[in-house]
Design a protein around this ligand. Structure first.
Ligand SMILES: C[S@@+](CC[C@H](N)C(=O)[O-])C[C@H]1O[C@@H](n2cnc3c(N)ncnc32)[C@H](O)[C@@H]1O
Length: 291
């Protein structure tokens, strides 16, 4: 029996057949919390549905309803507790690291789970990494857990992300491996570059693709370093769109040329498809080596 059937069994006689059609087949589980997408038409039944879900999954601590999309630049989800403990703090263990966050303030990007597994396997001992959109540490926490000698400068505009990232740094016993910096990554990268920092690797995990951040990433990158860039690639024009990404980086590298770096060459090492973004467009992480 699927989730929806089990839930409807618990709700028998409490929801109409029209209402039962609006209950989704799936949900998101994060730590001991379930988040379910419920249409506003069901708002009067939210607590009943929440109680039903808790009866289906007795180990769940809190049930939340998603009552809107992801809000604004800071990617805030709009959710409310509908059953269980009124506590939105989540601790989620994945890929060898604990993630901590408040589910009402932070979006946990489930779709990038393969990237969270892949990136740490590419990093070598001794690397310096700049994570330009660290969030709550999606990529950087598993990297810092796996690599003994690594220094990560993690930047995020959202002070809530930085608050939870700092909690996770403590919970994962990472000491000084990750420096959590709140601010705009253009400004922070510029300052770190002026201070003389140069990175082996720059993570640019943000959609829509953060094109205007490319010169800042290149300025802080060592010669021979690697950038991981989030791109949207049309399924029927993969080669053309990947070449577009390479040219975007090559042009930015060319315009930085006259300053400190001299001639640089950008190569795509590995275009990695992450997931479908919308019909005929896929989300890729493109690994670019800059010589
Ligand atoms: C969707 S999350 C990406 C997290 C993670 N890198 C990933 O790909 O799964 C994007 C993050 O970028 C942050 N952000 C948006 N604009 C920013 C900026 N100008 N400088 C630094 N961080 C920014 C948001 O606060 C958010 O935490």
């Amino acid at each position: 029996m699927g989730f929806k059937e089990m839930l409807l069994e618990k709700l028998e006689g409490k929801v109409s057949s029209a209402e039962s059609i609006m209950i989704p087949k799936g949900f998101q589980k994060t730590g001991e919390m379930i988040i379910i997408n419920l249409p506003i038409e069901l708002s009067e039944k939210f607590s009943l549905i929440g109680e039903g879900i808790m009866a289906v999954f007795p180990k769940i601590r809190t049930v939340c309803a998603k009552v809107g999309g992801i809000d604004g630049e800071l990617r805030r989800p709009q959710i409310k507790v509908i059953a269980g403990e009124d506590n939105l703090e989540v601790q989620n263990y994945e890929n060898g690291a604990w993630y901590c966050y408040d589910a009402s303030k932070i979006m946990f990007a489930k779709g990038n789970v393969s990237e969270r597994g892949r990136l740490p396997s590419l990093v070598k001992e001794g690397e310096i990494i700049v994570d330009m959109f660290i969030g709550i540490g999606y990529f950087s926490l598993p990297i810092a857990k796996r690599i003994k000698d690594v220094k990560i400068y993690g930047i995020d505009l959202n002070e809530d992300s930085i608050f939870w990232l700092k909690k996770a740094i403590v919970k994962n016993k990472l000491g000084e491996k990750i420096e959590a910096i709140q601010g705009d990554s253009k400004e922070v990268c510029e300052q770190l570059t002026v201070d003389g920092l140069r990175a082996d690797r720059v993570l640019m995990g943000y959609l829509p693709p953060p094109e205007e951040f490319v010169p800042y990433a290149l300025s802080i990158l060592k010669k021979g370093g690697m950038v991981h860039y989030d791109a949207l690639i049309r399924t029927e024009h993969v080669e053309e769109d990947l070449e577009g990404v390479r040219q975007l980086f090559q042009k930015a590298a060319d315009s930085l040329r006259s300053t400190v770096y001299g001639q640089r060459t950008v190569e795509i090492v590995n275009p990695q498809r992450v997931k479908s973004y919308k019909p005929k467009v896929d989300h890729y992480v493109v690994d670019l080596r800059v010589f």
